[in-house]
Structure formats: structure tokens, C-alpha cells
Design a protein around this ligand. Structure first.
Ligand code: F0G
Length: 471
């Protein structure tokens, strides 16, 4: 499909096209191996895209986590690493960046997001309590369960419907939350687990009105709100675009307002912050900070590095500022939308509206003939890799895991393949190649037979499970 057939968003609106606010200084060669080699790689990797070697991948859209391109300033920052064990200069720079952009008082660095999830879950959750949240995320829920809690989904119903055009499908349904409070009592809810641009729902945002109303409800019962800020930069971009009164507010200012409605946040800096590793927990309550600081030295590293090298903290501190520039975010979300528009033009079912970090293919709809127990999304991700060497990931029944009580598969309503776009890494031409491959696999959809799981790990099974083709 030639480039010219597709109009960019700008052209559709009668404006000139936009382009990325950067140019490329260094390149990393990539290549596509033959179809025979891809078939062999897929079989060796148990039909799980997490088990492929990256050198066998052509365009890697497995995740936007730790895969972004750093800027020249961030690379320069690496040279300023202060590798002191204690009190590194780079820690104070990072602390200042988090305090000024996010507004929280106390910073505890961690090696990545799940390190922070571990700390906050252990610090706040008593066994037997309930943690309401706007849809589960794999590692977040697991840490809540390991601390003895039970996650309860309180996201609005629209989030579970790939076709719903609701502009804020990440919103909390306050009636569902109220019903949980009435049922188990506020004392048994240690906090609300609120996520920006909900990953498993398709990168869907939470509105400012929703977090404000959530704060009011929680204040009535003394329940704190902790935020998964991993992709909040994308969330605030959507607020600027869609919510009345924010069109002329810089995204950095919208972020501060949003965070002010919450008590703290955990962060996987491997996403928004344009670094390859890093994360943190930041809270306002000094007692929670103290608990987390007591634990960070056991599980991560000293409280002034938390598993990161000094140079990593410097690149991260710089990345925070870059991630909250309006131009950057416009190009980031614009590229995701460009790919989404190509697929929609061809009638390929995806989660709508297009979210912040990825396109989510509706595998349930694409492989209508495959029951969920034959792993339609896993099958689709494998088929796309076989077609073109493009790597994507399953976000359906495999990711959802098993119910700890019954041991049965959880059957999520959404059975998706995530086509995730790293930041500042691929061009529009790469997006065209990806779209054409998805189209080719879509055209062959009737011949898909599904997979059977032949190895299942105990935790986060999607990372390491192995499959074999049926038939
Ligand atoms: N929260 C969200 C919303 C995430 O997407 C992730 C990671 C984490 C927490 C955990 O952070 O990986 O730094 O330990 N998501 C990755 C992904 C794995 O591909 O979406 P981490």
C-alpha cells in the first residue's frame, strides 16, 4: 500500500502535516530473517513472542517498556553519573524532578515499576483486605495478591467493550466503588489503585472530573488513592485534547493538578520517562515513606539509588522533563493513531478510541471461530511474527492467569493483541510495514486453528508459557 493513499490526521483536518520534534543522530541496523527461519524461531520459542531472541525480530512492538530512544541530553547525562553508594548527586536531581513535576513529597527510587509495586503493596495491604482499581494490571495485581489482598475491578463497563467510543474509558465507576465500600467496609480497603491510561483496557485515560469525584468519595471514608503513574503523560495529553477547559493548559500543569488529587504514585519510568531502566515510589504521607524506605534497603538497594546506577538516575531525571513537553506527546500519540487509522481504514477490529501507547487488535473478533481456551490472541501474535518478523504481545486469557481461589483460567472480556510503539524509535514507514502485515494475517484469519498450552509457570505465566499449534 503506497504512502500517498493514507492521509495523515493533519491533512484530514485541512492542516499541514506534523512531524516528530527531533531528528535522528544514531541508527541501529535491523533485518528480517526468512520465513523458514521465523517458523523455526517461533517453534523454538514455544509460540510465545516473549521467548523469541530479539535478533530474530524485525520490528519490535512487544512493548514500550525500556525500549524508547534516549535524547542526546540523556546520553550526555550518563556521563554525569555519580556512582557513590550513598547520597549520589543524581538522586537529588531525580528527587527534584519528581517533586516539581509530580508534586509528591517523598521519593523512594526502585529498579523498575514492579519494585515500587512491591513496596507500596507490602506497606499498605493487610491480609484479607480489598484493593479496588480501574482494571487489573498483571504485576500490580500480583503484588497486591502476594501481600494478601484481593483486587476488585471498579472500572466503568465501557472499558470492557472494544467498540465503545467513550473518551475516558479508564474512569472509575463510583457506584461500583461505593458498592464495595458498603459490602466490605472502608476499613478493609487500604487504598484505591488508580492507573493512568489503563494498559489492559487499551491505553484508555481517566478524566480530571473522574479523579476529582473519586477524591471526594474517598475523603468521605478516609481511603487514600495511589496512582500508577506509568503512562500519566499520555493520560494528561488526552485530558488536554478531550476535557472541557484544558485545551490551552500545558500537559505538565495538567499532570500536577491530577496528582494533587492522589496521595502518592508508583512509576515504571521505562515507559513515559524515555529511559531503558528505572522506577520509583513517591508519597506524601511520611509514615508510608518511612515504611517503604525501611523495605527498599532489603529488596532494591540503598534509599538513594534503589537499584539504579547514578547515571541511570541522571538520564531519568532529564527524561521526566522531556516526557512532559507538549510537542513530544503530540508526536508520540500521533504516531500510534497513524497506525490505528491504517487498520481502521481496512476494517480490522481494534480497540477504540486508539489509546496512548499501542494499538490493540481485537483477537476475539478477528478469530471469531476460536474459543478463548484455544488462545486466540496468542495465536494471532504468533501469526503476525511468522508473516513479517513483527513482534507483538498477547493481552487476553494467558495474561489474565488463573483465579488463586479456584485455580481456573480467568476469562477476561478483552482478548487482545497489543501492538506497542516504543517512543522515538520507529518511523512512519515502519508503521506502514506493520499495518500491511496485520492486514495479510487478517485476510487469512479463517485458517487459524489455535494453540494449546504445554508449559505453564506459576506466576505471570504469559512471560514464559509455551504452546504448540493445534492441527
Ligand atoms: N504498571 C503498568 C501500567 C505497566 O504497564 C507496567 C509494566 C508496570 C506497572 C510494571 O512496571 O515493568 O517497570 O516493572 N508494563 C510493561 C508492559 C511490562 O509491557 O506493559 P515494570
Amino acid at each position: 500500500m503506497p504512502h500517498t493513499v493514507h492521509m495523515t490526521m493533519g491533512q484530514q483536518e485541512g492542516r499541514r502535516s506534523w512531524a516528530e520534534p527531533w531528528k535522528i543522530k544514531m541508527v541501529e541496523p535491523i533485518r528480517m530473517i526468512s520465513r523458514e527461519e521465523r517458523a523455526a524461531a517461533l517453534a523454538a520459542g514455544g509460540y510465545n513472542t516473549f521467548l523469541l531472541r530479539s535478533e530474530d525480530v524485525y520490528i519490535d512492538l512487544l512493548t514500550d517498556s525500556g525500549t524508547s530512544a534516549m535524547s542526546d541530553r540523556q546520553w550526555a547525562g550518563l556521563m554525569l553519573g555519580d556512582e557513590a553508594y550513598a547520597g549520589s548527586r543524581n538522586f537529588y536531581h531525580l528527587e527534584e524532578a519528581v517533586q516539581s513535576y509530580y508534586g509528591y513529597k517523598h521519593l523512594i527510587p526502585t529498579h523498575q515499576g514492579r519494585g515500587a509495586e512491591h513496596l507500596i503493596s507490602q506497606a499498605l495491604i493487610r491480609p484479607g483486605t480489598y484493593i479496588p482499581g480501574n482494571m487489573y494490571f498483571t504485576t500490580t495485581r500480583l503484588h497486591q495478591e502476594l501481600a494478601g489482598g484481593t483486587f476488585v475491578d471498579v472500572i466503568i463497563d465501557e472499558a470492557h467493550d472494544p467498540a465503545s467510543q467513550h473518551p475516558f474509558k479508564g474512569n472509575v465507576d463510583l457506584d461500583k466503588l461505593q458498592a464495595l465500600i458498603d459490602k466490605v467496609g472502608a476499613d478493609n480497603i487500604p487504598y484505591v489503585s488508580l492507573a493512568g491510561t489503563v494498559n489492559m483496557a487499551g491505553g484508555q485515560p481517566v478524566s480530571m472530573a473522574n479523579v476529582k469525584a473519586l477524591r471526594q468519595l474517598c475523603d468521605r471514608y478516609g481511603i487514600p488513592i495511589y496512582l500508577d503513574a506509568t503512562r500519566m503523560a499520555e493520560n494528561v495529553y488526552f485530558i488536554q485534547e478531550r476535557e472541557e477547559g484544558y485545551q490551552h493548559t500545558p500537559i505538565a500543569a495538567i499532570l500536577r493538578e491530577f496528582c494533587d488529587y492522589t496521595d502518592g504514585a508508583w512509576m515504571s519510568s521505562k515507559k513515559d520517562h524515555l529511559v531503558n531502566i528505572g522506577g520509583w515510589l513517591a508519597v506524601n504521607d511520611p509514615l508510608v515513606a518511612e515504611k517503604a524506605r525501611n523495605m527498599v534497603v532489603v529488596y532494591e538497594g540503598l534509599h538513594t539509588y534503589g537499584g539504579m546506577a547514578g547515571r541511570d538516575m541522571e538520564a531519568l531525571a532529564i527524561g521526566i522533563g522531556e516526557s512532559l513537553q507538549d510537542d513530544h506527546m503530540r508526536a508520540r500519540v500521533g504516531q500510534v493513531r497513524y497506525l490505528g487509522q491504517l487498520l481502521m481504514d481496512w476494517g480490522i477490529p481494534i480497540v477504540q478510541p486508539v489509546g496512548g501507547h499501542a494499538i490493540f487488535l481485537d483477537a476475539k473478533k478477528i478469530y471469531e471461530h476460536l474459543p478463548q481456551d484455544l488462545f486466540p490472541a496468542q495465536t494471532l501474535a504468533a501469526a503476525i511474527y511468522l508473516d513479517s518478523g513483527v513482534r507483538t504481545m498477547e493481552r487476553g486469557i494467558v495474561s489474565a492467569g488463573r483465579d488463586p481461589e479456584t485455580g481456573d483460567h480467568r476469562h477476561p472480556k478483552l482478548e487482545l493483541v497489543r501492538v506497542t510503539i516504543p517512543r522515538r524509535v520507529y518511523t512512519q514507514a515502519h508503521m506502514d510495514v506493520v499495518a500491511e502485515s496485520i492486514k495479510a494475517v487478517y485476510d487469512e484469519r479463517k485458517s487459524a486453528m489455535g494453540l494449546k498450552m504445554v508449559y505453564e509457570p506459576a506466576y505471570l505465566r504469559f512471560f514464559q508459557a509455551r504452546f504448540e499449534p493445534i492441527g
